[in-house]
Design a protein around this ligand. Structure first.
Ligand code: VGL
Ligand code: ZN
Length: 204
């Protein structure tokens, strides 16, 4: 249908086993995501795309460790290992991903001073990526989200998608999470509360 799109979040080498910010089982979802790509008319990808020295990297803050929090001008920010540096192998899509059909690739996290989990808004919650406008202009009002990681980029994208008026489903069987201090269960609850449809087709 012309009004639906599949949004594949950050299915990149650095989020897969062997990558700089590996999500357990991140590569396992590739066959299912490819299946969904084949069955969906309109496909959008996101690509985490950081300049070297990005402010979300622990290495940019002397003495700071990855997976701790710091206060940024826009609020609390988790610090990560260096990952998805623009043009690096780690920033490439997983080599098994059938990405060629994608009509749009939204890159995010390219501003040195702001991280961006969501495909719609950066972590300052005000800077827009342009995705909502693109989808509206295309007449797309229904989204299915898949990819990495459930509790960060997929979750924040889904929350923003709902707040931007899109009918939003997350296919949990085509996502994997990082789960930092209970972040996975917390995000699942936030998504349910916000009206995101959570589907798990594992038993199909
Ligand atoms: C992500 C942490 C940092 C994600 C991206 O794709 O979920 N997580 N950058
Ligand atoms: Zn990132």
């Amino acid at each position: 249908m012309a009004d639906e799109a599949l949004v594949v979040i950050d299915l990149q080498n650095d989020f897969c086993p062997g990558g700089a910010l590996a999500v357990a089982g991140g590569d396992e979802i590739v066959p299912l995501v490819n299946d969904l790509i084949r069955r969906t008319d309109h496909v959008v990808l996101t690509q985490d795309w950081h300049p070297a020295g990005h402010s979300s990297f622990a290495s940019s803050h002397p003495g700071a460790q990855p997976f701790t929090m710091i206060e940024m001008p826009y609020g609390q920010q988790t610090l990560w290992p260096d990952h998805c540096i623009q043009g690096s192998l780690g920033s490439d899509f997983h080599s098994g991903l059938a990405w060629t059909k994608a009509e749009l690739v939204i890159r995010k996290g390219f501003r040195p001073d702001i991280d961006s989990y969501s495909a719609f808004f950066e972590n300052d919650r005000t800077t827009q990526t342009g995705l909502a406008g693109y989808l509206r202009e295309r007449g797309i009002d229904t989204l299915t989200l898949v990819g990495l990681a459930t509790d960060f980029c997929v979750g924040f994208s889904a929350l923003d998608a709902v707040s931007q008026g899109f009918k939003t489903t997350v296919r949990l069987d085509a996502c994997r999470g990082i789960d930092l201090n209970g972040s996975l269960e917390a995000m699942l609850q936030r998504m349910r509360d916000a009206g995101v449809t959570l589907e798990d087709h594992l038993s199909d």
